[in-house]
Design a protein around this ligand. Structure first.
Ligand SMILES: Cc1cc2nc3c(=O)[nH]c(=O)nc-3n(C[C@H](O)[C@H](O)[C@H](O)COP(=O)(O)O)c2cc1C
Length: 321
């Protein structure tokens, strides 16, 4: 039994996003309406092993350990790891348990070439036997619930083989980004496929929770997609950009500009405090998303893009008002 069993359905979860869902952004979202489950950014299991065991880097100085920093405001929280080596996944899963996470999520969907070259991420879909071994390694190494985030196939939709292989591995939950690897993010997510996934799940292993992901705009949209497809939960990613209120049910236009700008300042301040090893320029994605859709937005955005500290960003915003 784990927190997964206590979630009321449909539940709504935060997508793991590299350089987005760091501790600072998770705090921002947690204060405005928490999702039912938080996710970290993905982190390389091999990288954790190498930096800690070979290079003997101190945890306080290790950027990969920085990715795994969290506070109690963000619970339940899963750490997302990736590797193509069972022993590395075991190492990272054990570490994640020691750090107090509520679950281990394994990335088997990332299309980034650098990740795939290592046989990780989406490449795992080409090797279901290895994927099962990786999952078993995580399950054996920690007593945490193990979940997987993946896509509906590599070149083509292959739910019959791929989803069945995952279901056989007795995961707590599976998140399906409803696109193939080949489709990247170039075509709309195919929510019709979620119905097929639910049928397979009901037949092969009804105890595994299924979470749908892709192009969900807001909570109303998430509820409609869950009702139409029969999935247990819905994951929202880009809908959080500029709208940390999304899990409270707000649409981007529901929030007054002053409140958005205050949220951006708070994010920048927390970013400096909580992710000291990250470059301030990572916040540019958020600046673009928060500062849009009003008279003078382009001008203010351009000014904020040049700032390099929370204080400078706050000063530039104050100058405008
Ligand atoms: C900037 C960015 C970073 C991402 N990083 C990750 C990641 O670390 N792990 C992962 O499983 N997916 C990652 N994704 C994919 C998202 O979790 C999600 O599957 C995708 O954005 C589709 O959902 P959406 O339409 O709700 O955004 C990332 C996506 C974006 C845009």
């Amino acid at each position: 039994m784990s927190f997964w069993n206590d979630l009321e359905k449909p539940f709504f979860v935060m997508a793991p996003m590299a350089d987005v869902t760091d501790a600072a952004f998770r705090q921002l979202v947690a204060k405005r309406g928490a999702p039912d489950v938080f996710w970290t950014e993905f982190v390389s299991a091999d990288g954790l092993y190498h930096t800690r065991e070979i290079k003997k880097m101190k945890d306080e100085e290790n950027p990969l350990m920085g990715i795994l920093a969290k506070t109690d405001a963000e619970r339940p929280i899963l750490a997302q790891i990736f590797s193509s080596k069972p022993e590395m996944i075991a190492y990272a899963a054990k570490l994640v348990a020691e750090l107090g996470f509520d679950g281990v999520d394994i990335n088997m969907g990332c299309p980034d070439r650098a990740i795939e070259k290592q046989g990780c991420g989406a490449a795992m879909m080409k090797n279901p036997k290895l994927a099962q071994e990786i999952i078993r390694a995580a399950q054996a190494a920690s007593n945490l619930p193990v979940s997987v985030k993946t896509r509906v196939g590599y070149h083509n939709e292959s739910l019959d083989e791929w989803l069945t292989a995952l279901l056989e591995a007795n995961l707590a939950a599976i998140t399906l980004h409803l696109r193939t690897r080949k489709e990247m993010s170039l075509v709309p997510a195919d929510w019709e496929l979620m119905k097929k996934a639910v049928e397979i799940r009901n037949r092969v292993n009804p105890s595994v929770l299924l979470i749908g992901n892709g192009d969900v705009q807001d909570l109303d949209d998430a509820r409609a997609k869950a009702a139409a497809s029969g999935c247990d939960g819905v994951m929202l990613g880009r809908a959080m950009f500029g709208n940390p209120w999304v899990f409270a049910g707000r649409k981007p236009e529901d929030t007054p500009l002053a409140e958005k700008l205050a949220a951006l300042i708070e994010l920048a301040q927390d970013f400096e405090k909580l992710t000291p090893r990250k470059n301030f320029s990572i916040l540019k994605k958020h600046i673009k998303a928060f500062v849009t859709g009003f008279d003078g937005a382009a001008e203010l955005r351009a000014k904020l893009m040049e700032t390099d500290s929370a204080a400078a960003l706050a000063a530039a915003i104050a100058e405008r008002t």
